[in-house]
Design a protein around this ligand. Sequence first.
Ligand SMILES: *[C@@H]1O[C@H](CO)[C@@H](O)[C@H](O)[C@H]1NC(C)=O
Ligand SMILES: *[C@@H]1O[C@H](CO)[C@@H](O)[C@H](O)[C@H]1NC(C)=O
Ligand SMILES: *[C@@H]1O[C@H](CO)[C@@H](O)[C@H](O)[C@H]1NC(C)=O
Ligand SMILES: *[C@@H]1O[C@H](CO)[C@@H](O)[C@H](O)[C@H]1NC(C)=O
Ligand SMILES: *[C@@H]1O[C@H](CO)[C@@H](O)[C@H](O)[C@H]1NC(C)=O
Ligand SMILES: *[C@@H]1O[C@H](CO)[C@@H](O)[C@H](O)[C@H]1NC(C)=O
Ligand SMILES: *[C@@H]1O[C@H](CO)[C@@H](O)[C@H](O)[C@H]1NC(C)=O
Ligand SMILES: *[C@@H]1O[C@H](CO)[C@@H](O)[C@H](O)[C@H]1NC(C)=O
Ligand SMILES: *[C@@H]1O[C@H](CO)[C@@H](O)[C@H](O)[C@H]1NC(C)=O
Ligand SMILES: *[C@@H]1O[C@H](CO)[C@@H](O)[C@H](O)[C@H]1NC(C)=O
Ligand SMILES: *[C@@H]1O[C@H](CO)[C@@H](O)[C@H](O)[C@H]1NC(C)=O
Ligand SMILES: *[C@@H]1O[C@H](CO)[C@@H](O)[C@H](O)[C@H]1NC(C)=O
Length: 752
Amino acid sequence: MRLLSQILPASLLAAAGAQDVHATANSSQPQTQSNSTGFRLQHGFETVLVQPYGYDGFRVRAWPFRPPNGNEISFLYDPPVEGPENGVAHGMDYDFTTNGSQPVAVRNGNTLVETYSSTGDNVTNVRLAFYRVENNGSKTLLTNEYAPMKALNPRYYSYSHNVGYEFEATFSFSTTPDEQIYGTGTNGEDHMVNKKGQIMDLINFNTHIPTPVFMSNKGYGFIWNSAAQGRMEFGQLRNRYTTESSTLVDYVIVGALEGDYDGLQRKLSAATGRAPEPPAWSLGYLHSKLRYENQTEFIQLAQKFHDLQIPVSMLVIDYQSWAHQGDWGLDPALWPNVSYMAERVKDLTGAEIMASLWPSVEDKSVNYAAMQSEGLLSATRSGPGVTDSWNGSYIRNVDSTNPRARDFLWSTLKRNYYDHGIKNFWIDQADGGNLGEAYQNNGQSAYIESIPYPFVDALYHAGTQASVGKLYPWAHQQAIEEGLRNATGTKQGEPCDYLSLSRSGYIGSQRFCSMIWSGDISSTWQTLSSQVSSGLSAAATGWGWWTLDIGGFSADPFVWWSGNIDEEPYRHLYVRWQQWAVFLPFFRNHGTRACNTQSAFTCDNEPWSYGDENTPIITDYIKLRYQLAPYLKAIFSKFSETGRMIMRPLYMDFGMTDSNINQWTSTNANVTTQQYMFGPRLLVAPVTEANVTDWTVYLPNTGAANATKPWTYWWTNQTYAGGQSVTVPAPLEHIPVFHLGARNDIMDGSVF
Ligand SMILES: *[C@@H]1O[C@H](CO)[C@@H](O)[C@H](O)[C@H]1NC(C)=O
Ligand SMILES: *[C@@H]1O[C@H](CO)[C@@H](O)[C@H](O)[C@H]1NC(C)=O
Ligand SMILES: *[C@@H]1O[C@H](CO)[C@@H](O)[C@H](O)[C@H]1NC(C)=O
Ligand SMILES: *[C@@H]1O[C@H](CO)[C@@H](O)[C@H](O)[C@H]1NC(C)=O
Ligand SMILES: *[C@@H]1O[C@H](CO)[C@@H](O)[C@H](O)[C@H]1NC(C)=O
Ligand SMILES: *[C@@H]1O[C@H](CO)[C@@H](O)[C@H](O)[C@H]1NC(C)=O
Ligand SMILES: *[C@@H]1O[C@H](CO)[C@@H](O)[C@H](O)[C@H]1NC(C)=O
Ligand SMILES: *[C@@H]1O[C@H](CO)[C@@H](O)[C@H](O)[C@H]1NC(C)=O
Ligand SMILES: *[C@@H]1O[C@H](CO)[C@@H](O)[C@H](O)[C@H]1NC(C)=O
Ligand SMILES: *[C@@H]1O[C@H](CO)[C@@H](O)[C@H](O)[C@H]1NC(C)=O
Ligand SMILES: *[C@@H]1O[C@H](CO)[C@@H](O)[C@H](O)[C@H]1NC(C)=O
Ligand SMILES: *[C@@H]1O[C@H](CO)[C@@H](O)[C@H](O)[C@H]1NC(C)=O
């Protein structure tokens, strides 16, 4: 599939009244073809294969001794979904070999790769360097293999704790102290949009989905295409990627003009996959709590939404709704007539239903024996073993890396849920290894559950946890995707009818009908604040379909009011959080709440649960979300077409026109971690502190020559010039949001 349609990246500036089209105007326009299908460098025992890949990109694969076996897991499309017609490699193609005795170079569009020798003899220590070819023909170094004299080889292989001919590899690339790194998945509450200086383990945990895809402010994007656990390190002089156990090193670099982040996303997503269009219903209000306990309660919930005339698009059934872990069906004692329930909910509210599934299978499950005998459960290196325990039962996880296990999982879900009207699935705890927590749970009470040896022991159809562990959650998204596509008779890439929701994901997860949420975050102001950069990092990794638990998932045990719906400070936090989430890709309320007066199995979390004075505010924001549907649809469509990010850190749109944002000084760091553009027209600056009645917002310089006051405050219609901080009224019922261009265009979705 080749999509050569040109996008209209100047729209934002046009909305701001721009006269001159900025350099990024041609940003995403595909560039020219390459002058080779690649070369193979034989370098002693090592082979390095370098191929042009997509527009302006190169794919590099390297291995010591034996060539890859062809079964390596890859998250890349080959060829990419978009790229030049000719001069790109497929498979392992190349058209010349070198031993490094003469420097070689290949150009693909505006990116150039060259070999050079760090010792001057052209044969030993042959390195790769990547350049951007500027419009005037000069070369700008993007990065090269980092090889100071007599130091560890930048392509370093070792064989410490691996099996067979798998090896550990650490590859090092040069950087400079001022490089900025955007993306890398989500990494807990690090509160960073720029990951410079970070060291991140490529191991999944609840709230951590480290993923080696990023954009550099130097004008390149990078993908470390490995399913293995490992590390990413972004130092002052060296960036380093480690894969713990592999038979192949595989990475991609794509170049773009400085500041052209849309171009980088377009090229990265051509490699890793474009998102489909979400179902229209899913852009509404998605309601959840831990947990509605039974069918009666669930129908009553729908009835209440109906009676109060509060729109809702999805209602969610959380965990422990099954009789045993791994049944993948609702417990008939509590949910006796699922089809009837789904129909009632639909009649009352129009809402879809989503149900939780966990990967865990306990031996009392109706599916355990069949899965065990068919080899569909993950095992351990020490034997069949167990991988974790939960709620008093030892469990093994479904091995979703096995296609037959994916089919088994889906066919069970289809029989028990889908065929009864529950067609959306929540993939919880499937982060891989065990149940996704940092410490292995011994199945006992909380205070002895800390056994700090997460993950190492798990074994799958596709390999060891070390070599393929990062595939595990992705394979769950794949299982639901394949199942839903089969059931709805649609193909991957086509618009989605239904969705999954996943706590984890990996390179290219955006290709599935699947939202990623930020995991079990705390109900505090600090967490609310840190979630902004988490969402922006998810976006820069390619995951546009991001969401979080409005109000946080669970109470911070050290904050007395945290998560308590009867306490004013939490109600206040909840309202701020809920109004912010209107301006996130998905608008999803969830959590486990505390309360002073408990009326159900767990405390309430409905729009009407936060005090009579707050219900109208909460309800108005739900209605606003529905009013924004055309805008949401437009920004999701553009994301689907070209990878154009939905949540947009300010550097993307204003890095070239506003030196405050470009320079990224410590004093304006919060401008980029606490504010963002939501699509091309809305600047969102959530209130992240208690009790404030006004809020200071930095309005970027749009670079628009003829617009003196491009920014309009949503609540007053007062207009402001860019390039300044302004303090605006922000009473509890108003989130600071500014818009560019006419409000009507936004409400109509006429924004591109
Ligand atoms: C600014 O100039 C552009 C291009 O000439 C024009 O389309 C737009 O209407 C102008 N905006 C204002 C606010 O004058
Ligand atoms: C953008 O592309 C068009 C058509 O290819 C060209 O005429 C124009 O000069 C380019 N603009 C810039 C700023 O490069
Ligand atoms: C490398 O290849 C060149 C020809 O391309 C050859 O002349 C040279 O001898 C080779 N060097 C080694 C060390 O094999
Ligand atoms: C490709 O183009 C680059 C830059 O123009 C040049 O240095 C290199 O020799 C060319 N390579 C081949 C294989 O033609
Ligand atoms: C390395 O390659 C360059 C460019 O081809 C050449 O000028 C130089 O003599 C070579 N050096 C050695 C030691 O072969
Ligand atoms: C060529 O363009 C680059 C990028 O705009 C600039 O940094 C460089 O100074 C230019 N070189 C010349 C010789 O104009
Ligand atoms: C479910 O409820 C519907 C509607 O009341 C009824 O027709 C059907 O028989 C029930 N099914 C079961 C299995 O109870
Ligand atoms: C989907 O359908 C295809 C073709 O019938 C089948 O091979 C595959 O196993 C199915 N996958 C799932 C998850 O049901
Ligand atoms: C269903 O849940 C409600 C609310 O927690 C509870 O009052 C009721 O007893 C439950 N019914 C059954 C049959 O468990
Ligand atoms: C940035 O925001 C955080 C959280 O609100 C705050 O703790 C920190 O002091 C702020 N930093 C600056 C430089 O304003
Ligand atoms: C917010 O106001 C309430 C009520 O006046 C007060 O109890 C609370 O301490 C204030 N919170 C902060 C963080 O100032
Ligand atoms: C601001 O303008 C919009 C139309 O663009 C209008 O609907 C809204 O009522 C105005 N708000 C105020 C406070 O005037």
